[in-house]
Design a protein around this ligand. Structure first.
Ligand code: SF4
Ligand code: SF4
Length: 667
């Protein structure tokens, strides 16, 4: 009886590889550079090694100008947790440690170490390690000295991805998709060095403790697929042939292609037990442990508008013009050079820039190979960009928000999930440079965030400063209170014989208090001195007082009266006394027997005259009245009567003033 057909197994096989959303099919241009074996370059005249070739901190320089170094010698060590070391790619002399132009989109110079090769290419003593049996932590820690970074283009320090404090890894995916046009370095590596690649995968598997290993290779590399399938025949490693669709080489897309698992944009694949390494990176791991060779070179595709496109093993720091020369030179119409692929690469500022760890491909560009983009037309809302987006974004919406500087809305539409693959721009019928808009929006958001961070920091610093000032104030207050307490204690000690003698400090405090008291007493005695004020002042005050009394104003005595008030009172008393003394006669009224007030003789004369005048006027008025004025009206002139009234008033006021003064004196 025949065994039953394993339907489930067949289904599994047909669903072996999964397709992700979106993606585009691009002209490949790979055959240009994969026809010749990997070439070796002669030593250049100089090697320029940028310190910043990786993601993370700049390493610390360990050599000085004039030092002689050997091939593989550490010349800059990793600084901080995320960093990578730099080694001399050949033996020679340190010619300079200075700024030089870098292969970077900014085109800005940065710190580099320049080595003049001595031509001997002498290796430093190498220390291979037993990666099959050695302690995993020791092996991983030693990678800090290897200088190995991700060679797929990201240049992330490899030891970070292998650290023991990461999540447990059950699956290792080797990225050999190499999806960008023109690039063939991984293809050639697998074709020629498949055995070392397999050993490299075994190294990574041991260090990670992964159980499942699979290599993802696009189906446009049949020779590499064949070589790798043969190399892994007696191992548990699986070769997964994935469809040629851009961007299958993106780590998340490749994980989905080979495992059918979608890694969210805000998560890492390691959180799901999956780690991804580039195929060239695992080979570098193998060479480091097996032969003690640090990262000093890589395979680079030199292609495009050159006479003989080819892959070369290139020492880091080799000038680009040296590589171009090895590829038969650039054609006459070469306009510039692109590092990376045509989709995600960037233009290089000159032929003088060095080859770095991230340089997987250099494309000599011309207007024939890369036609200048036509002018952008308005968006017609065709949504082709959305169909092509591998991250399932809405590129047309992101474009509108970025164009109108509505960054908040752009973030709501997951701007930072965009991997800048350029698939949307590639399919856009309006030729809108969409990725440029996204890069612009991202840089603006990052700049705004940094500004906000700086403002928050400034606010925190100000709050801290205010808190410090308040704290110091409280400390001062407490200090003063303690001092006052001490002074009090010293005083008590000084006053009591039975108590122990005060210290010098307490005595000083007591003396200070005594001085303050004496000063206070002096100040309180000051009003007494007003009695010694000048006669002119006294007279002026007295006159003012007199006027106030004449005006009918009265003052209540107050114990809190100020010195001026006291002086006025004294002056008024003095004036009354003087008046009393000056008046020689005291007249007594015969009518009511009351004592008349003491008045100035002249003033009394004036009063008497005024009264007399008033009496005369009254008599005249009476005479006129009795002489037969029929209408009964007074014949006295109104002006005259007013003057008489005023005179009477003045006389009464003077009399009142004299009385008041006397009363005050009696009191
Ligand atoms: S593909 Fe271009 S024209 Fe079409 S919706 Fe997207 S941005 Fe607009
Ligand atoms: S560049 Fe961004 S928006 Fe455009 S297709 Fe790629 S991931 Fe999507």
């Amino acid at each position: 009886m025949n065994a039953p057909i394993n339907i489930a197994g067949l289904l599994k096989k047909t669903k072996d590889v999964f397709n992700f959303h979106g993606g585009v099919h691009l002209p490949e241009h790979k055959a240009q550079s994969n026809q010749l074996p990997i070439g070796q370059l002669p030593l250049p005249d100089q090697l320029v090694l940028p310190l910043r070739q990786h993601i993370g901190n700049m390493p610390k320089v360990k050599v000085a100008v004039g030092d002689h170094v050997l091939k593989g010698q550490l010349i800059a060590e990793a600084e901080g947790s995320v960093s990578a070391a730099i080694h001399a790619p050949t033996s020679g002399t340190i010619a300079a440690i200075a700024d030089a132009v870098l292969p970077h989109p900014s085109g800005l110079p940065d710190r580099c170490i320049t080595i003049t090769p001595d031509g001997n290419d002498t290796w430093i003593e190498r220390h291979p390690q037993d990666w099959r049996k050695g302690d995993v932590n020791t092996l991983v820690n030693s990678l800090r000295l290897s200088g190995i970074v991700g060679l797929g283009g990201a240049a992330f320090p490899t030891q970070i991805k292998l650290r023991s404090n990461r999540s447990p890894i059950h699956t290792l995916v080797i990225n050999a998709a190499e999806c960008e046009p023109y690039i063939t370095c991984d293809d050639m590596l697998m074709r020629e060095r498949y055995d070392q690649v397999v050993h490299g995968i075994e190294v990574a598997q041991r260090l990670l403790g992964a159980k499942n290993i699979m290599i993802g290779i696009e189906d446009n590399k049949p020779e590499a697929v064949k070589a790798m399938q043969a190399a892994v025949e007696n191992t548990d490693i699986q070769v997964k042939v994935v469809p040629t669709v851009y961007p299958s080489g993106d780590a998340r897309r490749l994980v989905y292609l080979v495992l059918g698992k979608e890694v969210p944009q805000n998560k890492r694949s390691t959180e799901f037990g999956v780690q991804v390494f580039n195929v060239a990176t695992v080979l570098a791991l193998y060479r480091y442990f097996e032969f003690g060779e640090p990262a000093i070179s890589r395979i680079v595709s030199m292609t495009g508008n050159v006479n003989q496109a080819q892959n070369f093993e290139v020492l880091f720091g080799t000038p680009l013009r040296h590589l171009v020369k090895a590829a038969g030179g650039a054609k006459a119409d070469t306009s510039h050079y692109i590092m990376g692929g045509p989709m995600m690469g960037f233009n290089l500022p000159s032929e003088d820039v060095p080859i770095t760890k991230a340089a997987n491909c250099i494309i000599a560009a011309s207007s024939t190979l890369f036609e200048p983009p036509p002018p952008a037309m308005p968006c017609i809302r065709c949504s082709r960009c959305a169909d092509a987006c591998p991250v399932s974004l809405q590129p047309q919406e992101l474009y509108w928000f970025a164009k109108s500087d509505n960054f908040e809305k752009a973030q709501d539409y997951n701007l930072f999930d965009c991997i800048e693959c350029g698939a949307c721009s590639y399919v856009c019928p309006s030729d809108i440079p969409l990725v440029q808009y996204y890069r612009y929006a991202k840089s603006e958001v990052i700049a705004l965030d940094k500004a906000q961070e700086a403002a928050d920091l400034a606010r925190e610093r100000n709050e801290f400063r205010l808190a410090r000032i308040e704290r110091e104030k409280q400390e001062r207050t407490a200090k003063h209170a303690a001092r006052a307490q001490g002074a009090k204690a010293a005083k008590v000690a000084g006053n009591s014989d039975s108590k122990p003698a005060a210290t010098d400090k307490q005595a000083a405090i007591a003396a200070a208090i005594a001085r303050a008291k004496a000063q206070k007493e002096t100040d309180s005695a000051a009003p007494k001195n007003t009695t010694e004020m000048s006669a002119a002042t006294k007279a002026e005050i007295a006159e003012t007082d007199s006027r106030r009394v004449a005006a009918g104003l009265t003052e209540e005595k107050s114990p809190a009266a100020d010195n001026d008030k006291q002086a006025k009172i004294v002056a008024a008393i003095a004036r009354a006394k003087a008046q009393k003394e000056d008046v020689s006669k005291v007249s007594v009224s015969g009518d009511d027997k009351t004592t008349k007030p003491v008045v100035d003789a002249d003033r009394q004369a004036k009063i008497d005259a005024a009264i007399k005048q008033a009496k005369v006027a009254k008599a005249e008025a009476g005479k006129e009245k009795t002489s037969g004025n029929n209408d009964g009206q007074l014949m006295v002139d109104a002006d005259k009567q007013a003057k008489i009234d005023a005179a009477i008033k003045r006389a009464k006021a003077a009399k009142s003033a004299a009385l008041t003064a006397k009363n005050k004196e009696d009191n």
